[in-house]
Write a protein that binds this ligand. Structure first.
Ligand code: SAH
Length: 565
């Protein structure tokens, strides 16, 4: 819960906006400000105080106990201009909260913790449990002192400027190790524990077995991602309670699916009871991975028969491939989601000129794999290979990465052993449309005139179809030095079905610093004004030039109403 405290009328207005935006996450504390802060500090995970930082410092100072447990505190000034992360930036979530509050209120988030200031993610905000001397290793990262990554499992991490060797270490492991001096241990969620249980097996027996299995195998409970069992045990109270106490989800699988998984220790009892010769081992192995602890049975103090079995599997780290559209060029046409994916990636793959467009957004330590024009398939393959190795990869393209770009060659290479996320981008056709007016107000297509990958006959057939169907056409890749006859030819096909006066918009470098555009007509277009940085949009028979803008009516009815008979 986020506690909200204000003192003045202006503060209360901002407070109420936040409360209205987040009704389920916030609670308003009224009454004397001092009492409200004290009560909220004891009751909430985070506080937003619409008060001066000084006032808040004085009020919370006597309440501070431990940075691991104190709530995160954000202060918002009277005018709502700044959201200051005052206390608990990382662990308390105040940095994140300052950004969120800033987004709701239009305030500038003010974040002063060192790692954020340098664009580095805090080691305690990676979403993985962390042990050891976080402060010392963070400082080393920040000071540029070499920090080694000792990755015992491949897991998609955000970029950290880590080296092969160094006096400090970030260890990524699910093994039960104590962090050494100058070391932090990150716990990837890499372990899956399969559990079988007879009816009525108590939670203590499940937990006792799981803990013993982990301890004996030298594995860390903090790396357990899930308990897994057969569907029939989805409501078995002891198993459900054990998952709850471990703080992990309970995942269940149909018996038929488990029966198909090869296991080292099948037996007849579960086959008779639930229809699969293995529950613990098969459920643990259902997502793939390596069996670290084969089936073992619980031991009961009273010497009775074991009621629980378990097995432990290390699942492979799943890489992540984000296919990110960067938009047509202008920074403010790059979506916030695209920016977030760029910061999240530890490996960036793209054409050098697109990488240049966003290099400043990358976090320090991001590995950039850039190549020149023409290496599309190699780029796609590289991106997929890096994701398969367990990295968080962003494959970037201009406009939308799925339009005449990298998404399809990449996904043609990818199998289902990686996660894929697409982030849409503003295409050149849309950016040009906005420059020209409203040329895409009715049905429209994009056609690429590049006959590098597509035979000209196919391209011409599509242009003809668009011409016959009276569809607005945006030509991509319209003309290059070695390819100059395709555009005139395509325009001639359209001219067979449209008036010479049909509006044509030519937009070069839409949204970039040297953007230019001109509105002309089918008969007057000079192909020499067109190059590879250009898109050409040809109107349909209803498209008009109105006040210097290109406008395609939404429907023909509208046109009948508007035009004098
Ligand atoms: N994925 C991109 C298209 C890549 S194909 C998108 O969704 O927009 C490359 C062609 O796109 C160029 O030859 C040019 O025709 C067009 N193009 C890309 N960016 C452009 C821009 N900013 N202005 C005009 N045309 C652009």
């Amino acid at each position: 819960m986020i506690g909200l405290i204000s003192a003045t009328a202006a503060g209360a207005v901002a407070r109420d906006r936040l409360a209205a935006a987040w009704p389920d996450r916030t609670r308003v504390y009224e009454g004397s400000v001092a009492d409200a802060v004290r009560t909220a500090f004891g009751e909430c995970e985070r506080l937003v105080c619409f008060l001066a930082t000084g006032a808040v410092v004085r009020l919370v100072a006597p309440l501070l106990a431990d940075k691991r447990t104190d709530p995160g505190v954000v202060c918002v000034d009277e005018a709502g201009r700044f959201a200051v992360a005052l206390l608990g930036g990382h662990g308390g979530g105040a940095n994140e909260l300052a950004r969120e509050v800033g987004a709701v209120l239009g305030a500038e988030p003010v974040v002063t913790t060192a790692t954020d200031a340098a664009g580095l993610p805090g080691l305690d905000t990676l979403g993985l449990p962390v042990e050891g001397d976080v402060a010392a290793v963070s400082r080393a990262l920040l000071d540029g002192v070499p920090v080694a990554l000792a990755a015992e499992v491949a897991w998609p991490l955000p970029p950290l400027p880590l080296a092969a060797e160094g006096a400090y270490t970030v260890r990524l492991t699910d093994r039960l190790v104590e962090p050494a001096e100058r070391e932090v241990v990150l716990r990837p969620p890499s372990l899956v524990i399969g559990v079988g249980a007879s009816r009525g097996a108590p939670a203590e027996e499940v937990l006792g077995l799981v803990e013993a299995a982990l301890r004996d195998a030298g594995l860390a409970a903090a790396s357990v991602a899930a308990l897994a069992t057969v569907d029939a045990k989805a409501d078995e109270p002891g198993v459900v309670a054990a998952a709850g106490r471990l703080g992990v989800p309970l995942v269940t699988h149909p018996a038929g699916e488990l029966a198909r998984i090869a296991v080292p220790n099948p037996s007849d009892a579960p086959l008779a009871a639930v229809g699969t010769p293995s529950v613990a081992e098969a459920a643990a192995l259902a997502g793939g991975g390596e069996l670290l602890v084969p089936k073992r049975r619980s031991e009961r103090a009273d010497g009775g028969p074991a009621r629980v079995t378990c097995a432990v599997v290390r699942r492979p780290g799943r890489g992540r491939l984000a296919v990110v559209g960067l938009g047509p060029g202008a920074r403010d046409l790059l979506t916030p989601r695209a920016a977030a994916e760029l910061r999240r990636a530890s490996v960036l793959v793209g054409l050098d000129q697109y990488v240049d467009q966003i290099r400043d957004l990358l976090r320090p330590g991001t590995r950039v794999i850039e190549s020149g024009l023409g290496a599309e398939e190699e780029r796609a393959r590289t991106a997929v290979e890096e994701a398969r190795r367990g990295h968080a990869v962003a494959l970037v393209g201009s406009g939308d990465a799925g339009v005449y770009a990298m998404a399809s060659p990449a996904l043609a290479e990818a199998s289902d052993d990686i996660d894929v996320v697409g982030v849409p981008g503003v295409t050149a056709a849309l950016a040009a449309g906005a420059v020209l007016g409203a040329p895409l107000g009715h049905d429209h297509v994009s056609i690429s005139l590049s006959d590098l990958h597509t035979p000209w006959e196919v391209i011409e057939r599509r242009v003809r179809a668009a011409a016959e169907a009276d569809i607005v056409v945006t030509f991509y890749n319209p003309r290059s030095r070695g390819r100059d006859w395709q555009l005139p030819e395509a325009l001639a096909v359209l001219a067979g079905h449209r008036e010479p006066s049909t509006p044509v918009g030519v937009v070069r470098n839409a949204s970039r610093a040297d953007e230019s555009s001109r509105l002309t007509t089918l008969s007057e277009l000079d192909p020499a004004t067109v190059d590879m940085m250009t898109v050409v949009t040809v109107g349909n028979t209803a498209t008009r030039e109105i006040a210097g803008r290109m406008v395609t009516p939404r429907g023909y009815r509208w046109q009948h109403r508007e035009e004098p008979k």
